[in-house]
Design a protein around this ligand. Structure first.
Ligand code: F6P
Length: 557
């Protein structure tokens, strides 16, 4: 594979960037009345409008060259065909198999012999069947709690990929939830999280899911232990209550058993080829299945599968995740953008930006390439955001008039889930106004004209004209779809997953390991031992030693 910044396309894009530097999007719109038609793609009822970007056909075509030259087509095939593309961990990346609805096999390359391949679908379908069976038993009341009460509260204990996906999806699809089921999520090791959650719940009607790929994650195992004590406390320390109220989702059968959960009846497995942040499609999606029902969970899978087919088969110019990724590369590597904002105009998508933060930043927050060379170009951007219109009254000022370039994604449903007067139309009006304002801006001449009849001295006039001028030319993508339902959500998530894949592939990084979280984890273990020992801290830098001592002063031995 040719390194990203040594390709011909990269050099051409650099040249092109210099030439297009002074072009304003509003001129591109006025010069070409068909611009919107040219720079949009649709996917059933979803419209992806990318016309409000600092691009022309040449930009796009050079970006497509970049994708070709860095071998994207082969990389896509390598992922879908189960090659072990996560080279640091020697694993395949096959979350697409979890939502494969085509009835065809998906092969995984063997660890020991690259010419041997096994079909993963029988195992995938077996776990899906197990999930279907289990949710039916819970919903019908065949499986009940220790005292015979129906289990209507589901507490998911997990963190990172074992938390954010199910949490985001259950919030996003609340209108589709079963009326009697409630989902709760505990992730933080801060005792406030589990204390506040469990204090609202009746143990007799609570099912606890311990969700952890490794079943060793400190936060999850500590919260799981606390939940176990809470439950045992409620049932007179009867160990038999554990089997009735706990299930596990993990790849680590032994650790599940050691915790006291029977792997035969109460464990749902997945595999090392499912990355944590790509795992909501596996049994990690159990809270989704329990909260919404299996039919909706499978619609979500179907939505993602629709996009998998689109991504694998569609030419790059019409391929939504490829275009999303290339636009990002244009801004991050050529126009100096450092971050990317996710701005859903849908309150139900309130956790989308945190979900995508992990998906993107843990995947592409890397500074070496797949051969161990240090990158001499930028990789993954900072992902952030929150729903509109709230963000408008918080950070949009900086997006409109700050010194940084921040490409934004706007997402909105055309139909509301909760029609109420003019609320939804007002919401959409704001979304449209923001993307238009970001693109157009407001010139100094326009501001001067507005202020011309107002009395003020020339210093004040100069200040006001400068302050009220908007440069504009701020890029946005818009996703407008009929409604947020399970299938649409599955599609949206898969668009972003593949966008991340494409960017990682072009930058040449391994998007599927996360070595960067290890160092802090190891150091926390050492410091926790020291905090417990009560001995004076000398082993660290003076700042860490000092903080340890200050903490200790509130916890005398
Ligand atoms: O933060 C590191 C990480 O390994 C994530 O990638 C993962 O989603 C999370 O921790 C939780 O891991 P596990 O599911 O093994 O508990």
């Amino acid at each position: 594979m040719t390194r990203f910044n040594q390709t011909k396309a990269y050099r051409n894009l650099q040249e092109h960037c210099k030439k297009t530097d002074s072009i304003h999007m509003k001129d591109l719109f006025s010069e070409d009345p068909t611009r919107f038609q040219k720079f949009q793609l649709s996917f059933d009822d979803l419209l992806f409008d990318f016309s409000k970007n600092r691009i022309d056909e040449t930009t796009l075509s050079l970006l497509m060259d970049l994708a070709e030259e860095t071998g994207l087509k082969d990389r896509i095939e390598a992922m879908f065909s189960g090659q072990r593309i996560n080279r640091t961990e020697d694993r395949a990346v096959l979350h697409t198999a979890l939502r494969n609805r085509s009835g065809t096999p998906v092969y995984l390359q063997s660890e020991t012999d690259s010419s041997v391949h096994t079909d993963v679908m029988p195992d995938v379908l077996k776990v899906l069947h197990q999930m279907r069976d289990f949710t039916k038993q819970i919903h019908s009341g065949i499986r009940r709690g220790y005292t015979g009460k129906k289990l209507t509260n589901v507490v998911n204990i997990g963190i990172g990929g074992s938390d954010l996906g199910p949490k985001m999806v259950t919030a996003a699809l609340k209108p589709f939830a079963r009326s009697k089921m409630r989902a709760y999520f505990v992730s933080n090791v801060d005792p406030t999280d589990i204390t506040e959650t469990l204090s609202q719940l009746d143990p007799e009607s609570t099912l606890i899911i311990i969700a952890s790929k490794t079943f060793t994650t400190q936060e999850t195992m500590m919260n799981a232990g606390t939940a176990k004590q809470w439950l045992l406390g409620a049932f007179g320390n009867e160990e038999a209550s554990i089997a009735k109220h706990f299930i596990a989702v993990s790849t680590n059968r032994q650790a599940v058993q050691d915790f006291g959960i029977d792997p035969e009846s109460s464990m749902f497995g997945f595999w090392d080829w499912v990355g944590g942040r790509y795992s909501l499609w596996s049994a990690i999606g159990m809270p989704i299945a329990l909260n919404l029902g299996m039919v909706h969970f499978e619609d979500l899978l179907q939505g993602a599968h629709d996009v998998d087919c689109h991504f694998r088969e569609t030419p790059f110019r019409e391929n939504i995740p490829v275009v999303m990724a290339l636009l990002g590369i244009w801004y991050h590597n050529f126009l100096g953008a450092q971050s990317h904002a996710i701005l859903p105009y849908d309150q139900y998508l309130l956790h989308l930006s945190s979900y995508l933060q992990q998906a993107d930043m843990e995947s592409n927050g890397k500074s070496v390439d797949g051969d161990g060379n240090t990158l001499n170009y930028d990789s993954g951007p900072i992902i952030w955001g929150q729903p509109g219109t709230n963000g408008q009254h918080a950070f949009y000022q900086l997006i409109h008039q700050g010194t940084r370039l921040i490409p934004c994604d706007f997402l909105a449903p055309a139909l509301p889930q909760n029609p109420s007067g003019n609320h939804h139309q007002t919401l959409i009006g704001n979304f449209l106004a923001q993307t238009e304002a970001l693109m157009k801006g407001k010139t100094t001449e326009e501001v001067a004209e507005e202020l011309k009849n107002e009395e003020m001295d020339s210093t004040q006039r100069k200040l006001l004209i400068a302050s009220k001028t908007f440069e504009g030319n701020r890029p946005t993508n818009s996703f407008l779809y009929k409604e947020l339902n399970p299938r649409t959500l599955g599609r949206l998530i898969a668009f972003y997953e593949h966008k991340i894949f494409v960017q990682g592939s072009i930058w040449g990084v391994n998007s599927y390991d996360q070595m960067g979280v290890e160092l802090g984890k190891q150091m926390a273990k050492t410091i926790n031992r020291e905090l417990a020992s009560g001995k004076e801290a000398h082993a660290h830098d003076s700042s860490t030693n000092g903080l340890i001592e200050h903490y200790r002063s509130f916890h005398p031995a």
